[in-house]
Design a protein around this ligand. Structure first.
Ligand SMILES: Cc1cc2nc3c(=O)[nH]c(=O)nc-3n(C[C@H](O)[C@H](O)[C@H](O)COP(=O)(O)OP(=O)(O)OC[C@H]3O[C@@H](n4cnc5c(N)ncnc54)[C@H](O)[C@@H]3O)c2cc1C
Length: 468
């Protein structure tokens, strides 16, 4: 391992968040940082969002908002044009919604120059492997991988992203396996549980795969995501927003603004997009009980308005519904009983008492991503929770972190060496799953780490990597 003098940051997780953080940390060579990026997958920057090979799976954020750098908002668009990807995706302006796999390529291109161009040592050291344990040492932190190797640095940042629920097998499939891989016969009836964006993706995958059988999408409310429109976000001043109120007041305020705007010919999207820069502060000022009520009663409504479909996808979805190829049902699945090569799916429509039966060949679980870290199967998170290095937030949608992304341990102490970014921090920030928010979080954390505003009791020394 080459010797180096800079402060070393270990990032666990090389999905979009981990790579964005590495880019922000290494943007300014004067900061003299070294980054070790640990990722268990073969590719970087993909994760479940941008690892899809399906061309029909497009970004749900316009290209104009997907730059890696908040201070260079057209960076992604310029990459699309200069790499030729915009032409391939028939994308004529920054409002377009390009295939997600292109975004994975963009992220990978960003990081390529940092992996070394002759200088010794390169600023970025990428390690393929699964992190299983982390410990606070006298000189910094040590991250242990499943192969027994250990990597030490001054600080470590968790960017472990989404917890993907594994399908229970048999008649059940997960949405991250393409229909062919999941063994879905093209003439079989497919029941999709969930009616959000993941369902939409899976329906498009099925159609792409030549599926001619029945497709039924089911969720308790049967709500579909709304569609994007070109709107100018409403301009709000921080002083216009209600902070620290209860949920009823906040909802009334929000509805009032939407109504006021609509009466002047405006669009509700402009209100949601306008308050986006303040959503995290609104969330942080909500009382805990109000946050709980939001998650229980309003989250589904918020999600379909906030996380919208690309216009082309909406057109395709509506055509599939209109021609009967896709049925959307508001119902609750009660039981699944195997019956030979099929399964009887028993369900009850919303507001009905009678139980109906659908004979299905496959059930695809698109109900969302596991968010309670208590249920995590990630060995690193399990280890941290068991050892008390981290604790689950009272809302159970992430681990507890402070406003500067520092991890809070079991006793409530804020770490000076362990940080987290991305979806894992959603309990603290709520609006932190999409790139426009993650890039800001990464830029701010990088600024703090570059400025040395973290404790470094003593240097871990040049032999920063200890082989097994
Ligand atoms: C299907 C889908 C589509 C989306 N589309 C968009 C979109 O269009 N626009 C947008 O802005 N946002 C989108 N998002 C939101 C998405 O959360 C973010 O854009 C971003 O991908 C989050 O990246 P991440 O790195 O935090 O998480 P992930 O993508 O989950 O990546 C985490 C990485 O950490 C690795 N890892 C985890 N644990 C370990 C370990 N112990 N050791 C080593 N490696 C580990 C994983 O292998 C993975 O590569 C989408 C999300 C999903 C699920």
């Amino acid at each position: 391992m080459p010797q180096d003098s800079g402060r070393r940051v270990i990032i666990v997780g090389g999905g979009a968040s981990g790579v964005l953080l590495a880019c922000h940390l290494l943007r300014d060579p004067a900061a003299d940082l070294r980054v070790t990026l640990i990722e268990r997958r073969a590719d970087l920057g993909r994760g479940i969002a941008y690892g899809t090979a399906c061309r029909e799976h497009v970004l749900n954020v316009r290209a104009a908002n997907m730059s890696a750098f908040p201070d260079e908002p057209d960076h992604f668009w310029r990459w699309l044009v200069s790499s030729g990807a915009a032409a391939d995706a028939t994308c004529s302006d920054p409002f377009c919604f390009v295939p997600r796999r292109l975004y994975g390529r963009y992220i990978e291109d960003l990081i390529a120059p940092m992996r070394g161009q002759g200088e010794r040592p390169p600023p970025l050291h990428v390690v393929r492997g699964e992190a299983v344990a982390i410990s606070d040492t006298r000189s910094g932190v040590a991250v242990t991988l499943a192969d027994g190797s250990s990597h030490v640095g001054h600080v470590a940042v968790l960017a472990t992203g989404h917890e993907v629920a594994a399908a229970s097998g048999g008649f059940h499939a997960d949405p991250w396996t393409a229909p062919a891989g999941a063994g879905i016969a093209t003439d079989g009836t497919v029941l999709i549980l969930g009616t959000g964006l993941t369902m939409v993706d899976y329906v498009l995958s099925l159609i792409d795969h030549g599926h001619g059988g029945r497709i039924v999408a089911m969720s308790r409310r049967g709500l579909l995501p709304q569609v994007h429109r070109r709107v100018e976000p409403m301009r709000f001043d921080a002083a216009d927003l209600p902070y620290g109120t209860d949920l009823v007041y906040l909802l009334r305020w929000f509805r009032g603004i939407v109504k006021w705007n609509a009466e002047r010919g405006g669009d509700w999207r402009a209100v949601i997009d306008g308050i986006r820069p303040f959503t995290q502060t609104i969330w942080q000022n909500l009382p805990l009980a109000a946050k709980r009520r939001f998650l229980e009663h309003l989250r589904a409504w918020w999600d379909i308005h906030r996380h919208r479909m690309a216009p082309d996808v909406d057109v395709r979805l509506k055509a599939l519904i209109a021609t009967g190829r896709l049925e959307v049902v508001a119902a609750k699945l009660i039981a699944v009983e195997p019956a030979g090569s099929l399964a009887h799916a028993r369900y009850r429509r919303r507001g009905e008492a009678v139980v109906e039966t659908l004979d299905v060949a496959k059930i695809v679980e698109c109900k969302g991503i596991v968010t309670n870290p208590q249920d995590t199967t990630n060995p690193l998170l399990r280890c941290m929770l068991e050892q008390g290095l981290a604790r689950v937030d009272p809302l159970r949608i992430g681990i507890e972190v402070a406003g500067d992304c520092a991890v809070v341990d079991r006793s409530g102490r804020t770490s000076s060496r362990l940080f987290a970014v991305g979806p894992l921090t959603r309990a603290a920030f709520w609006e932190i799953v999409a790139v426009p928010d993650i890039r800001v979080q990464c830029a701010e954390l990088a600024k703090r780490l570059s400025a040395g505003r973290v404790a470094t009791r003593s240097s871990p020394g040049p032999a920063a990597l200890i082989e097994p």
